[in-house]
Design a protein around this ligand. Structure first.
Ligand code: TYM
Length: 346
């Protein structure tokens, strides 16, 4: 049993990973590996809430895992696997479905936004999606979840569900929370979101009022980690700023703020330090410099990802080891859930 706190997070392999996923999430996971028990995976079950091309989904899933590794996730330090390889995620999601209510799921802004695109044919998976995410988190007794700002509401729901389940299915001996015995502890750890102030909400380069998204209808708004140097340059140079011409110290339009923030995150500098370098300069400089910084920082990740993907056998081996270790952990917790709910021992 580990005494370290558990850090867990994931990305959907519904497309290639973009710079928002990197700055808002993956980049922030890396340092946790030194001092925490880390669990990172690709959530392919979440991806099929909207229809996927099967071959693309498979490739994007390998790609997501290879990208995590290229960004610095080390399978020797963190548990690394694919969500669908651990069936306990879907099993716990069903249990949570039976303890959640329509009202709380209807309030999820991500559901409201995404469901609008489907008219009257809204996939039910889009509605129950946050319950699968809650299952992902609760299954590993997670303490901290480093995510972008858009996941905050899902984390609040996860916390509510953990508390609801803990109250509904208390431990045998509530006075003994420190016991090593699973049956004497609260059922779930109540997790905390970790949302970084910088990079937690990277905006579309074409529509800086909307967050950068894998499903952006305008691909020029989204910089993928796999984009070529040329594509990266082109996207930044065409980024929407505002009708002004130069960067002001007092207020920055959303498009200008976004470029400054991307550059600050990539360079790991405070926003104000980067802003200071551009005050009074034309937007053109900011766009070109941000493009150059992005090319410089993303190129090694792209090259490393390609190298990892070349050795499929090695990648399969890493995923097989991750699956075994994740299943052993997940099964133990799910058995405790089933026991407290009253299911006959399997
Ligand atoms: P997904 O795949 O949409 O995004 C993956 C991570 O990237 C963050 N992110 C962003 N951060 C900054 N700016 C942006 N424009 C931006 N777009 C996305 C997201 O906040 C996220 O951290 N439901 C999750 C996946 C998930 C999950 C989990 C996460 C499933 N189970 C358990 C944590 C724990 C999602 O759709 O992420």
């Amino acid at each position: 049993m580990t005494l370290k706190k558990t850090v867990l997070s994931a990305v959907q392999p519904s497309n290639q990973i973009h710079i928002g996923n990197y700055l808002g999430a993956i980049k922030n996971w890396v340092p946790y590996q030194e001092h925490y028990d880390c669990v990172f995976f690709a959530v392919d079950l979440h991806s099929i809430t909207v229809r996927q091309d099967p071959e693309a989904l498979r490739e994007n899933t390998y790609h997501a895992i290879a990208t995590y590794m290229a960004c610095g996730i080390d399978p020797k330090k963190a548990l690394l696997f694919v969500q669908s390889h651990v069936p306990e995620h879907a099993e716990l999601a069903w249990i949570l479905t039976c303890h959640a209510n329509m009202g709380e799921l209807s309030r999820m802004t991500q559901f409201k936004d995404k469901s609008q695109k489907h008219g009257t044919q809204i996939p039910i998976g889009l509605f129950t999606y946050p319950l699968l995410m809650a299952a992902d988190i609760l299954l590993y007794q997670t303490h901290l979840v480093p995510v972008g700002e858009d996941q905050k509401q899902h984390l609040e729901l996860t916390r509510d569900l953990a508390e609801r389940m803990n109250n509904a299915y208390p431990s045998k001996d509530a006075s003994n929370d420190n016991s090593k015995d699973d049956s004497s502890r609260p059922l779930f750890v109540v997790p905390e979101p970790m949302i970084s102030k910088a990079g937690g909400r990277i905006m579309s380069l074409q529509d800086p009022e909307s967050k950068m998204s894998k499903s952006d209808p305008n691909p020029a708004g989204c910089v993928f980690l796999n984009d070529s140097d040329k594509e990266i340059e082109k996207k930044f140079k065409r980024a929407v700023t505002d009708s002004g011409t130069e960067v002001s110290a007092e207020t920055q339009a959303p498009g200008v703020r976004n470029l400054l923030e991307i550059q600050a995150c990539l360079l790991e500098e405070p926003y104000d330090a980067v802003l200071g370098r551009y005050v009074g300069k034309g937007y053109g400089y900011l766009k070109v410099d941000t493009a150059n910084v992005a090319v410089e920082k993303l190129k090694p990740i792209r090259e490393k990802t390609a190298e990892i993907l070349k050795d499929r056998a090695q990648l399969e081996q890493i995923l097989a080891e991750g699956r075994e270790a994740a299943r052993a952990r997940a099964e133990k917790l799910l058995n405790e859930v089933y026991k407290r709910i009253g299911f006959v021992r399997r």
